[in-house]
Design a protein around this ligand. Structure first.
Ligand code: OGA
Ligand code: ZN
Ligand code: ZN
Length: 375
């Protein structure tokens, strides 16, 4: 721990300087709102006990002192006293360098990931928390994971969904069958090839995670295609920044309709956060509806849409493999786009079952297992 030997309060900011390093600049409003004392946060559950408007207007630092190398003590203008461990302040350093170091970066992948597929055996994953954590870490970094040895039983996909998270029931039910049928309500239920897409962008919110479990795959064709939407978005940002910016800003409408359902949602194909980091990609040609934007914007947007679609079709980005019976692919539906090649249902059967779950439960499980991989 560095020793702090200089402390300054200026214009609502607190500056802490060590002998050598650049030091910390801390907003005083931010600091007050992070007080951990038992009047501010419930000691048992850590939840906040006051409302932001309960703090007086014009609150400022009255006195501040650093206690050895341990903590920063602040007395506020209303008399409240706060104590901040320096280790906590270091972990919440708001400098650009610290913020970007804290950011979890996605591992971008392309076609050659085929030799390092993120795979686990389902019985092992259920029995061994260390194996489960290892698989969840790969899933979090790559945006998808494969499970093998999932019993080839109808309905199993929903059991897997309920073990990884909570199945989200939709108008398609708890799970849906993907096979070629007469009078299909969705092109997925035919034998045609499907370009890579996210599922259900017409839903608010779109499903966070999609599972597809293979029960039968005798028909020639029907290979699975996966593309890293984050990688494709980064390529677009590099090659055509103006197109990237348009797809982040101008949403398009998506729609699904059948006799009893009318689903509509509007969202951008690419979403970024305040630091311009790509956080979501939603792309689906089949359920793309129309663009509600001024004509000149529409013209530029279509140029951008075509540029992104071209990138998504680049063979070097496309991970191609064949799901075998007993295999289940689990995908972040807001990152990993999926599709399939056409198959011939006259020459053999092909049957997948799918379901959706939310992403938060999987992320929670990863973080809980990280605390102690013994759960
Ligand atoms: C789907 C889908 C892919 C496949 O049903 O959403 O994309 O391999 N299916 O059949
Ligand atoms: Zn307090
Ligand atoms: Zn799909």
């Amino acid at each position: 721990m560095t020793t702090l030997n200089k402390l300054r309060v200026t214009g609502g900011m607190l500056e802490l300087h060590s002998g050598s390093g650049p030091g910390w600049v801390i907003s005083s409003d931010w600091l007050r709102d992070n007080c951990r004392c038992s009047a501010c946060r419930h000691p048992g559950n850590g939840q906040k006990l006051y409302d932001i408007v309960d703090l007086p207007d014009g609150l400022h630092v009255a006195t501040a002192a650093v206690d050895g190398a341990q903590s920063l003590q602040v007395q506020w203008s209303d008399g409240h006293v706060s104590d901040y461990p320096l280790a906590w302040l270091a972990a919440h350093d708001l400098s650009g360098a610290a913020r970007s170091a804290r950011r979890r970066t996605a591992t971008l992948w392309s076609r050659d990931l085929l030799n390092h597929l993120p795979v686990a055996d389902w019985p092992t994953l259920q029995a061994d928390p260390a194996a489960e954590l290892a698989w969840l870490e790969q899933y979090a970094a790559l945006g998808f994971g494969l499970l093998r040895q999932v019993p080839c039983e109808s309905g199993m996909v929903a059991q897997v969904g309920d073990r990884l998270g909570f199945v989200r029931v939709t108008n398609y039910g708890r799970l849906f069958d993907v096979k070629s049928v007469p009078n299909p309500t969705n092109l997925a239920y035919t034998a045609v090839g499907l370009g890579v897409h996210s599922d259900n962008p017409y839903r608010h919110p779109s499903p966070g995670v999609q599972l597809l479990h293979c029960l039968e795959s005798e028909a020639p064709g029907g290979d699975t295609l996966l593309v890293d939407g984050f990688h494709a978005a980064e390529i677009l940002r590099r090659e055509d920044p103006a197109a990237f910016e348009l797809l982040c800003r101008i949403p398009m409408n998506f729609r699904y309709a059948d006799t009893s359902t009318e689903l509509q949602a509007r969202q951008t194909l690419i979403s970024t956060d305040m630091d311009s980091v790509v956080r979501a990609v939603h792309f689906n040609n089949r359920s793309a509806d129309w663009l509600d934007a001024p004509a000149d914007v529409a013209q530029a947007w279509y140029r951008a849409y075509r540029a992104f679609s071209h990138i998504l079709k680049r063979p070097e980005l496309e991970l191609v493999f064949r799901l075998a019976p007993g295999e289940c692919v689990v995908m972040q539906n807001d990152r990993t786009l999926h599709g399939r090649t056409a198959f011939d249902p006259g020459l053999g059967r092909r049957h997948l079952q799918g379901c959706y779950i939310d992403g938060d439960a999987m992320e929670s499980r990863r973080l809980v297992l990280r605390r102690s991989p013994k759960h």
